[in-house]
Write a protein that binds this ligand. Sequence first.
Ligand SMILES: [Zn+2]
Length: 466
Amino acid sequence: MLKRQTLIAWIALVAITVMPFSALAQATQVKYHSNKYSVQDDIKLGRQAAQEAESQFPLLRDETVRSYVENVGRRLVSSIPSEFQHSEFQYYFKVVNARDINAFALPGGPMYVNRGMIEAAKTEGEMAGVMAHEISHVALRHGTAQATKGQKYSILGGIAGIAGTILGGPGVGQLAQAPFAVYLLKFSREYETEADILGAHIMANAGYNPRDLAEMFRTIEAQGGGGGGFLSDHPSPSDRYARINREAQYLRVGPSGNDSREFARIQERLRGYGGAPSMAEIARSGQRYPTGEQTGNQPSNPPSGRVSYPSSRYQSYNIFNGGVQVNVPSNWRQVNDGNSVWFVPDGAYGSVNGQAVYTHGASFGVAQTNNRNLQSATQELINSLAQGNNNLRSGGSQRTTLSGRTALFTTLSNVNEATGRPENVRVITTQLRNGQLFYMIAVAPQNERNFESAFQTIMQSVRIND
Ligand SMILES: [Zn+2]
């Protein structure tokens, strides 16, 4: 499959520009860099990083937007030249509710496009251009290639400005054994050029004008993207714009993939949400529990709050890549909420103003903290839960144990955002070996006592493997 290759000097580019013969006027051939990691390493690493990323960033919960972006992404992925296709890779596309003009892709395929990027793009082609560029980094296995060279490697390059603080260490479970738990990176300009070239090829194959990729870099620049945004993570080779346009001359564009009507509709929909937070604001607010901070005319589908009693039969789940094992009533189901994993009965989960709301259930998550003291780290978490929620009141903490380690049990009261009913919120926290804070949050209306014993059983079943 993959041949070990020596580093490729970027000579083809020069050759094409200095040779005036039309016989040489053809699309540039991009090649893999030498890579000592396996394709499986890319997949494993990307999966872990994706989990980490989704515990940090609020995903936009809008199926219309998500599936639109996913469709564009699929079209691009199926247009990757065959020598760069890896059938093992699982590309998927999610939208982060952040206003920065940015996007990032992780080894093996997970990709995150900021809402700000979709809103800034002038055409669907421009948005697709950034996605094709990101897909190219993944297909060319640039992350592990860079690690092979012993350079500082960051799988979360797209969030560079804040990644240093919020991704200070590996997350729960296997990430601790990741082959390289290093996070910050910028791709070299050489890799950037390659991603631009392959990106242009993918664009053309998918029926997009490859020049739209060049245009998008202009759009990003015009909006000040050189600061903390895309261009600081994907530094521009000096002749980026011209280089892409030159390449475009040699590419045959497939049947049009541009859907400008649909793109306009999606942008309109996003504008209806009001302002998104910036990545820096998200980092400052830390781990989030439904805060209701979003405004605008987002579709609501509130939970009914009418649920069955917790089953007396329990089912075991492995979450966080097997880092945590827990038993939950067999009539509850798992809901991955970006930030955390919830287990809820039917009727207990819905959304209000685009924000997920739960009336009954238990969630688990890991909060990044620099605070080594359990009590203060817990307070930090609770402060972040209270942000934007004036109804949350603390009823004090007591010591307990979770998975055989010292833990804190904090009782809070709240008024449910969907039903308006008073509810109990219990927060159980303990520290992981890497210093991060593991938490369980249990929510139920105050007058539904039958959930108390279910929460006790769940709590006692938690096994942490870090
Ligand atoms: Zn790049």
